[in-house]
Design a protein around this ligand. Sequence first.
Ligand SMILES: Nc1nc2c(c(=O)[nH]1)N[C@H]1C(S)=C(S)[C@@H](COP(=O)(O)O)O[C@H]1N2
Ligand SMILES: [Mo]
Length: 366
Amino acid sequence: MASLLGIWLGVAFGTAFGTGLVSHFMQHPPDGFSWPSRPVWFYRFTQGLHVTSGLVSVPLLLAKLWTVYPRLWEWPPVRGVAHAAERISIIPLIAGAIFQLATGIANIAQWYPFRFFFTVTHYWVAWITIGALIVHITAKITIVRANVGRDRAARTHLSDRISQPEPADDGLSRRGFGLAVGAAAGVVTVTTAGQFVPGLGDTVLLAPRKPGVGPQGLPVNRTALAAGVVVIARDRGYQLDIVGPRPFSLSLDELYARSLVTVRLPITCVEGWAADATWTGVRLADLLDRADVPAHASVRVESLERRGGYRTSVVDPPHARDPATLIATRLGGAVLALDHGYPARLIAPNRPGVLQTKWVHRVVMV
Ligand SMILES: Nc1nc2c(c(=O)[nH]1)N[C@H]1C(S)=C(S)[C@@H](COP(=O)(O)O)O[C@H]1N2
Ligand SMILES: [Mo]
């Protein structure tokens, strides 16, 4: 059972790690690297997998700890150098795994009881945990093979380290335990996947946000009140400034009069919810052309928000030039709600929600 749970945990943690790296490098692309803007749904897919594999790991990890718990108190605690190294690697593995799952869930719930910055810590502890996991897998691979593999001969060589046949009538059977853990993992998946799988919104029970619930049928991440832009965003004197070799500005009326392009794109929050919406606005590429911004240049989109980690975002050429990337002024046919970024916001395909800047008032070539 420990071997089987180990395999599933390895798959779940590996998935969470890989998709976590995608999300990290989308938000912090290394120099000279930029992500494609297509397929439109790619980030929705990877981030959905990230959150689901993390949540599914919770019942798997609890079951695994429960199964191996007696082994943690085995005597003598070490049986040589290799065994000691393996035992020591258990500490960052268990601590890291619990830390990643706990902080990830707290972040989904937008609950920040900790003093450190979530994304940076979650990223670095992921490397520590995966490092310890690789050491652990290397140390245990032979036992796992003997336990779950078809090679019966391997079993006899390791007879003292592998599971003995199940004694009859000894409490919860191995099969019953396995089914219970599988059921728990299944329930977690079904009650959270609706956050990002189109059309499954009704099954969301465990997640704090449901697609379709919020102003204009869309959840809100940070409200205008929280961002401190309620007054300034409603100012009739608002202007959108496009700063390039030939800078220009659009007044509120000009911007709305020019908002003629409609696209259907999701907002995909890193926290795991995604919702499709119909956006209308001006193509970013058209604004950049008019300002003579060269096709290979990146631009920075700036919000009216004065503080906050997500008040600006950089748009690299694949996204800046994608015909579906808009400075949007309308959502579902109506003027953008203040909480969704009135008077104007960025919306682009295949991009984490944190980079879909709201209350945009300036676009600057960088
Ligand atoms: N200026 C600004 N824009 C922002 C944010 C923010 O905090 N400030 N939050 C981002 C995040 S994390 C998400 S998921 C999306 C959500 O957009 P919505 O609130 O319109 O659904 O807005 C993004 N745009
Ligand atoms: Mo977000």
